[in-house]
Design a binder for this molecule. Structure first.
Ligand code: NDP
Length: 237
C-alpha cells in the first residue's frame, strides 16, 4: 500500500481506538506519521514501537501546548484531528467544569489545531476532523453537550473549506456511528440499544473509519471539501 507515500501526517489523539487505527493505516500507506496522546503513555509508546510513528505528549486542552506541537510538526500534508472525549448524563447534574473541559478538547482544540496546521500546510493538504453522526442525529437523552461539540465541527469544516480552498486544502469531518473502542465498546451496556437505530446492526471497527480517513487524505479526494463524511451503518438514516 503506497497511497500516502511521501505525506507528512500529524494525528491528534493516536494512542488508542480510532486514532491508533488511523496511525497504523497511514503508516501502512507510506506516510511519515507523528501523533499526540495525553493520558495513555504506555499505549502511545506501544503504537510508536509497532509502527515507527513518533509519539508526542500533548494535552489538547492546553491550547499553547497544542499550538506549539502543531507548529513544531512543520509543513504538514495532512492533519487528522481525532482526540476527543464523550461525557454523557443528565444535563441537570453533569459537572459544569467537566462539560467545559470537553468543549476545550472537542471544539476549541480542533479549531486552533486546524488553523495552526494551515499556516504552514502544503498546498493540496488535507484537514480531517473526527466528528460524530451525533452531530446530525441524537436519538437518546443524555448526550446533549457531546452532540453540541460534534455539531460545531460541521460549521467549522464548512467555513475552513472556504478559507483554505484557494490553496487546494480540503477540510472535512468524518462522522462515525458506533465504533468499537474504549469509548464505546461493541459489547458495552448501550450497544444493543444503539444497534436498534442502525441499518447494519453492529459497531464499526476502528480500521473501517481509518480507511475512510486514508481515502480523504489520498489522491482521489481532492474535490471533496466542506462536507460531512458519515460512516455509521445507517445510524442516521
Ligand atoms: P477512545 O476513548 O478510544 O480514544 C480517544 C483518543 O483521544 C485517545 O487516543 C486519547 O489519548 C485521545 N485524547 C483524548 N483526550 C485527549 C486530550 N485531552 N489530549 C490528547 N489526546 C486526547 O475514543 P475513540 O477512538 O472511540 O474516539 C475517537 C474520536 O472519534 C473522538 O473524537 C470521538 O468523539 C469520535 N467518535 C467515536 C465514536 C465511537 O463510537 N467510538 C463514534 C463517533 C465519534 P489518551 O488516552 O492518550 O489521552
Amino acid at each position: 500500500m503506497t497511497d500516502l507515500a511521501g505525506k507528512t501526517v500529524l494525528v491528534l489523539g493516536g494512542s488508542r481506538g480510532i486514532g491508533a487505527a488511523i496511525v497504523r493505516r497511514f503508516v501502512a500507506g507510506g506516510a511519515k506519521v507523528s501523533f499526540t496522546y495525553s493520558g495513555s503513555e504506555a499505549a502511545a509508546l506501544a503504537i510508536a514501537a509497532e509502527t515507527g510513528a513518533e509519539a508526542i505528549k500533548t494535552d489538547s486542552a492546553d491550547r499553547d501546548a497544542l499550538v506549539a506541537t502543531v507548529a513544531g510538526a512543520g509543513a504538514l500534508d495532512v492533519i487528522v484531528i481525532n482526540a476527543g472525549i464523550a461525557l454523557m448524563g443528565d444535563p441537570l447534574t453533569l459537572d459544569p467544569d467537566a462539560v467545559d473541559r470537553m468543549i476545550d478538547i472537542n471544539v476549541r482544540a480542533p479549531y486552533h489545531a486546524a488553523v495552526e496546521a494551515a499556516r504552514k500546510m502544503n498546498d493540496g493538504g488535507r484537514i480531517i476532523v473526527i466528528g460524530s453522526v451525533n452531530g446530525d442525529r441524537i436519538p437518546f437523552p443524555g448526550v446533549t453537550a457531546y452532540t453540541m461539540t460534534k455539531s460545531a465541527m460541521q460549521g467549522m469544516v464548512r467555513g475552513l473549506a472556504r478559507d483554505f480552498g484557494p490553496r487546494g486544502i480540503t477540510v472535512n469531518v468524518i462522522q462515525p456511528g458506533p465504533t468499537d473502542s474504549d469509548m464505546n465498546p461493541a459489547d458495552g451496556p448501550m450497544a444493543d440499544l444503539m444497534h436498534t437505530t442502525m441499518a447494519i446492526k453492529r459497531h464499526a471497527r476502528a480500521d473501517e473509519i481509518a480507511e475512510y480517513a486514508a481515502y480523504l487524505a489520498g489522491p482521489h479526494a481532492a474535490m471533496i471539501t466542506g462536507a460531512l463524511q458519515t460512516i455509521d451503518g445507517g445510524f442516521g438514516a
